[in-house]
Design a protein around this ligand. Structure first.
Ligand SMILES: [Mg+2]
Length: 162
C-alpha cells in the first residue's frame, strides 16, 4: 500500500499547498487533477482564490492538467478557461500513460514533477506509479456531492493511513 501514500498530505485545499516547499524539494513541474481539485464539482467555474493561486504556480512551475473526465467539450472549455497549454482528459488514472506524456513535454525527470489531486486511488496511485511526487489535497467544496462519494473519500483516507 506504499504506492497509496502521498509524498505530501495537505490539510486543506489546493490553495494551501506551500509552493516554496515544493521548489525547495526540487519540484519544477506540476500536474493537476481537475474536478474537485481546481474546480468545484459541477461548477465549471474558477474561484478567485484558486485563480490567483494558479497564477502564482504558473509563474514558477511548468503546469498541466491530467483528468479522468471523459466530456471532451468540457475539457476544451477548461483548457481555455484555465489557459493551460497541456490539458489531457479521459486519462484513465491511475494509468501512467498521460503522466508520462506530460513528462516528455515538460522535459523533466519524474522526481521533479508533483501530481496534485484529491483522490488517493487515481491521482496519488497514478503519480506514485509514474515515479513522481504526489500531493493529496482536500476537495474543493461542493453543495451537490452525493453521500456515496463522501463515503468513498473517507474509505480512501482510511486506506492510506500509515
Ligand atoms: Mg478530482
Amino acid at each position: 500500500m506504499v504506492l497509496l501514500r502521498p509524498t505530501y498530505v495537505i490539510n486543506g485545499d489546493v490553495t494551501d499547498i506551500d509552493l516554496k516547499q515544493l521548489q525547495a524539494d526540487g519540484v519544477k513541474g506540476l500536474i493537476f487533477d481537475l474536478d474537485s481539485t481546481l474546480l468545484a464539482p459541477h461548477s465549471g467555474k474558477l474561484t478567485v482564490e484558486v485563480g490567483s493561486w494558479l497564477e502564482f504556480a504558473r509563474a514558477h512551475f511548468k503546469v498541466a492538467i491530467v483528468s479522468n473526465n471523459k466530456r471532451m467539450q468540457y475539457m476544451e472549455e477548461v483548457k481555455v478557461l484555465l489557459d493551460m497549454p497541456i490539458t489531457i482528459g479521459h486519462a484513465a488514472k491511475p494509468r501512467r500513460k498521460a503522466f508520462m506524456d506530460v513528462l516528455k513535454v515538460f522535459e523533466l525527470e519524474p522526481h521533479e514533477v508533483a501530481v496534485i489531486g484529491d483522490r488517493p486511488l487515481t491521482d496519488v496511485l497514478g503519480g506514485q506509479r509514474a515515479g513522481m511526487k504526489t500531493v493529496l489535497v482536500w476537495p474543493l467544496k461542493s453543495q451537490v456531492e452525493p453521500q456515496w462519494v463522501k463515503m468513498m473519500r473517507k474509505l480512501e483516507r482510511y486506506v492510506i493511513k500509515p
